[in-house]
Design a binder for this molecule. Sequence first.
Ligand SMILES: [Ca+2]
Length: 167
Amino acid sequence: MNRKYLSWLCLVYFGLLFSMSTSAQQKPLLVIAVPAQMAWTDTGIEVQEGEKFQFHASGTISLQVGNPEGFCGPEGLDLQTQQQPLPEERLGLLVGKVVRLIKTEVDPETKEIIRQEEINLFPIGQEKVVTMPSTGRLYLGINENVVEDNSGEFLVVIRKQENRFFD
Ligand SMILES: [Ca+2]
């Protein structure tokens, strides 16, 4: 085998590897609607601590039906209140959380099931790559506590980033 042929083969080989890795990144893991009227939407995705997920969100929601200034996109409004899941972030921002169930207990008096959970919240917005802070179930939501008077939804495309050849 001559040297020219060998280097050409190498080029094809690495080209293939590259296209495989980039096409794997481009394929969405999930496209999900996040209704503004729900505090949290279950994505059904179980994540591992340290895994990277890319989020791309679109759409417009109303944080208060009837309020002409209550509309916002996934970046939220330039506003903070005392009552929102992430107090330092913008109201209405697309946010996420990872929930890990530690154990369930039954309240001896009320007989209610009490879930002990570890919850990690993080901001997302319109476009973000997030390294999962813990292992557990991934939820998406709106950075607002009073969700009953909201309308609309965000559409969120979730991609898992594979750290195979390029990071
Ligand atoms: Ca609201």
